[in-house]
Design a binder for this molecule. Structure first.
Ligand code: PMP
Length: 440
């Protein structure tokens, strides 16, 4: 396209050719209004749009950019891999190396299968749980997002929450009817579902720490309850760490919440994506060998992919996990604390009722008196917040050169490249954004 077009002209052209002008719905700015920012490049904590304007980025590609955008050693690893060939459709040593790196961080993992997206990872995990148990039904929690496979779209978070949809058109009753949707953080509802139908439930899938209805940490003991109830009834526990894995800490949310030597709970199957691929399309499911060996070619549960374990993606993943050492997590945690405190101060200073909810370095902001008074524990409470305060807040930040996730139902993402200069630009922008939220 000609380089002199404005953002509005580019978006209009995109909308002629691509539904909504985007390849993933939340990018269209549907809930915040205005023209989506088309990006041209990204480096460290910054993204640059097609007009050359630079922003401090708090989207980080929705999680993968833990080390900041285009980390030189990750880019070099991808370039080196590219010179050797883009895709073989044959096994590579890089897959073996990356599987070993995953296993080294998560002690309960014995085997790993690589796929290209988080959607595939959770979809395959569900199929595996059904194959392992011979049971049809699955339990998911309202507001949790596990990608866009049919059976997992019911009452989903992320873009489905942003659009205010109950699920998706195009999903048959057959595909949806085996999905039981329960309120998050409600042990009684979980026990009641198993009491009613336990023999037909293959698994409970849960986000390790939900971050797709905003950040809603599990209440103390909730993940343990999922573990106990599934074990009692012979069902599997699927822990979706696509978003949290290798981001909240070296061993994901599980490692953040458990001592690896004496864990309080161990899920049966875990899913990864995002940071695992360091910005390339890569995701995985992992479990103990007895479960993983049910996958083809060893077992009867089928899964495959032309680009699965792609050499560029595995090269980016290996480099990212190698670089993501204790100092990286310490920096992201520290930057996140500074930002969480500053957001709270700015909103309080502008008399905007709110709560900042967090799990380690992941956090999000909820607006409203109720949220401020008692916190947000589930999807119904997340939906009941003062959603209208977010759009003016978002646009004030954008005007000041800070890109936030364009929905109040998403977590904010930092990287180890968010240095003091990047943080100050965000902090400087917050008071005016808080005032904009106050006057909404
Ligand atoms: N699970 C979780 C917890 C996620 O946050 C996401 C994506 N945001 C997915 C699954 C789906 O991953 P993908 O977008 O790579 O299909």
């Amino acid at each position: 396209m000609p380089g002199h077009l404005s953002m509005e002209e580019v978006f209009a052209r995109a909308c002629e050719l691509i539904p909504g002008g985007v390849s993933s719905p939340v990018r269209a700015f549907g809930s915040v209004g205005g023209t989506p920012v088309f990006l041209a490049s990204a480096k460290g904590p910054h993204v640059v749009d097609i007009t050359g304007r630079e922003y401090v980025d708090l989207v980080c590609s929705w999680g993968p950019a833990l080390l900041g955008h285009a980390h030189p050693e990750v880019v070099q690893a991808v370039q080196d891999a590219a010179t050797r060939g883009l895709s073989f459709g044959a096994p590579t040593t890089a897959e073996v190396e990356l599987a070993a790196a995953v296993k080294a961080r998560i002690p309960f993992v014995e085997k790993v299968r690589f796929v290209s997206t988080g959607t595939e990872a959770t979809m395959t995990a569900i199929r595996l749980a059904r194959g392992a148990t011979g049971r049809p039904r699955i339990v998911k929690f309202a507001g949790c997002y596990h990608g866009h496979s049919d059976s997992l779209l019911a009452a989903a978070g992320s873009g489905v929450a942003t659009a205010g949809l109950p699920g998706s058109s195009g999903v048959t009753d057959g595909a949806a009817s085996d999905t039981i949707v329960l309120p998050y953080n409600d042990p009684d509802a979980l026990r009641a579902a198993f009491a009613a139908d336990g023999e037909r439930i293959a698994c409970v899938i849960t986000e390790a720490c939900p971050a797709n209805m905003g950040l809603v940490p599990p209440a103390s003991g909730f993940n343990e309850t999922i573990r106990e109830v599934t074990r009692e009834h012979g069902a599997l526990m699927i822990f979706d760490e696509v978003l949290t894995g290798f981001r909240v800490g070296p061993a994901g949310y599980w490692g953040h919440d458990n001592s690896p030597d004496a864990p309080r709970y161990v899920p049966d199957i875990v899913t990864f994506g995002k940071v695992l691929g360091g910005g390339m399309p890569l995701a995985a499911l992992a479990a103990r060998a007895e479960i993983m060996d049910l996958l083809a070619p060893l077992g009867p549960v089928y899964q495959a992919g032309t680009l699965s374990g792609n050499p560029l993606a595995t090269a980016a993943g290996i480099a990212t996990l190698r670089l993501a050492d204790a100092s990286v997590y310490a920096r992201v945690d520290e930057a996140s604390e500074v930002l969480q405190t500053a957001i709270g101060e700015a909103l309080t200073g502008a008399s905007v009722p709110h709560v900042v909810q967090r799990a380690g370095n992941l956090f999000s902001v909820f607006f409203g008196e109720d949220a401020a008074a008692r916190g947000v524990r589930n999807y119904a409470e997340a939906q009941a917040q003062d959603v209208f305060r977010f759009a003016p807040f978002f646009h004030a930040m954008l005007d000041a050169g800070v890109t936030l996730p364009p929905s109040v139902f998403e977590a904010w993402f930092l990287s180890s490249a968010h240095d003091d200069a990047a943080l100050s630009r965000i902090l400087d922008a917050l008071p005016a954004a808080a005032r904009a939220a106050a006057s909404a």
